[in-house]
Design a protein around this ligand. Structure first.
Ligand code: NAG
Length: 245
């Protein structure tokens, strides 16, 4: 036996729970940031114009630590991680890579290239995501959708591209180790490498010897501005794990 409610009551329930669920933000996405590096890292989060700043734009993650942050529906922005940071108790200080110029809390500012980026545009109407090395690389980064019914692809860039970085692209840390690898655009600012001026379209801006270095190590990542075909991913709806190293 089952109890049947009048249709109007069902409609009311549907409406009521719809309101309740939307006020709880069920369409929001959860991002889990995970540090698989040996050392502490300091992720940065930069919203696109008009979107809210999450977690004041920066946080510390020790080895093996992870943290979750909920974004509102329709959020877009990017995640990266800073390395070699020294911050005082007030969060003042700088980083060897990915520094945003305002200490621990980036508050809407981005990181100085080169830094590996995880980029998102949610609910548009699909979620769009990619890993971008267009402005260079500082550490491995991967995006793994979860709660997605298994239908969305991971984007993995787990190779250490600092290791064989061409000498003219290397960024050295305090102990003379290569801590980041510039893109051709970041190193030379030319129209050919940056896809600007007469190279501002996919027919004229092609892979270069520099972009190919990044593409060979991380084939799912953007290695130059018009690298769309193999580097843009979509998902109807999911939460996302972003792993560093
Ligand atoms: C890449 O190409 C430029 C221009 O042809 C050349 O000067 C440079 O040495 C090359 N670099 C590498 C790492 O192949």
């Amino acid at each position: 036996m089952y109890i049947s409610f009048p249709l109007s009551f069902m409609a009311f329930l549907h409406f009521f729970f719809g309101l309740l669920l939307s006020s709880l933000g069920t369409d929001a996405a959860v991002f889990t940031l995970q540090n698989r590096c040996e050392k502490t890292i300091w992720p940065g989060i930069q919203p696109s114009g008009g979107r809210p700043v999450l977690m004041e734009g920066g946080l510390e993650l020790r080895h093996q630590e992870s943290i979750s942050v909920t974004t509102p529906t329709g959020w877009s922005g990017r995640f990266w991680a800073r390395s070699g940071c020294t911050f005082n108790a007030n969060g003042e200080g700088t980083c060897e890579t990915g520094d945003c110029g305002s200490g621990l809390y980036c508050r809407g500012a981005g990181g100085v290239p080169p830094a590996s980026l995880a980029e998102f545009t949610l609910d548009s109407p699909l979620d769009f995501y990619d890993v971008s090395l267009v402005d260079g690389y500082n550490m491995p980064i991967s995006i793994s959708p979860y709660d997605d019914a298994g239908q969305c692809q991971s984007v993995v860039c787990d190779v250490n591209l600092n290791q064989n970085c061409p000498s003219d692209l290397q960024v050295k840390g305090n102990d003379d180790e290569t801590v980041a690898c510039k893109s051709g655009c970041t190193a030379y600012h030319t129209p050919e490498y940056c896809c600007t001026g007469q190279f501002q379209n996919p027919n004229t801006c092609k892979p270069t010897n520099y972009s190919q270095y990044f593409k060979s190590g991380c084939p799912q990542s953007y290695s130059y501005a018009f690298d769309d075909a193999s580097s843009t991913f979509t998902c109807p709806e999911a939460n996302y794990l972003i792993s560093f190293c």
